[in-house]
Design a protein around this ligand. Sequence first.
Ligand code: BTN
Length: 230
Amino acid sequence: MRETLASTNDEARRLAQLGAADGLVVLTDRQSAGRGRRGADWYAAAGESLAFSIVVRPTEPKALWSRLALAAGLAVAEAAEACAVEVGIKWPNDVWIGRRKVAGILVEAGHDFAVVGIGINVNSREFPPALSELATSLQLASGQVQDRAHVLRSVLNHFGLRRQQLASGFDELLDGVRLRCVLSGHAVSLITASGTQHGRIEGLGPGGELLLRTPTGLQRIIQADEVRLA
Ligand code: BTN
């Protein structure tokens, strides 16, 4: 545990490049430059949230590494449920309570390792104005102060199991994500590199891709910059 780091993902990457073993966890109480997906900042109040990164050295082919994001999202959802909170997964890996985000995940791949960065709002009670309508915490949702060490252990245990399911066992992982998928059945706007598409989400395909029904047919979405519920 380090008191302050710029970003646990950066530190985990540095250590992985120096040969850190699979499973190493970098944890800090305060990030001065926490990062989200698509270059966004990640806000987390010191002492109230969890910010950590796991070094993973997958034995599976690199084409399957993107599934780590699903495994991590599901692991966080399962840990949140153990705190008696009902959560959903907004594909690929945001964890939501109602329509507010409680956790975010940033997976970054290196040559022979991946870094799985996880931020969870555990005991946050207030957020900056820009986030106040968008974010929530386990404490706010459960009405109880949560033990951060316990939540961390729970996520790591669930992730340890789910990451074994990237190849064989992926159907089981996917069932867990499908069960909690907040987008299924909803109309969305989906922003990708090639433009914005509108349609209805029919669920997740066998590879974990998003199935978007549009007037021109069924699209299989592997990556999106943003998915907005209409
Ligand atoms: C997102 O929702 O955009 C992803 C947020 C990921 C935040 C975590 S906090 C721990 C790790 N270190 C970072 O700099 N980012 C991730």
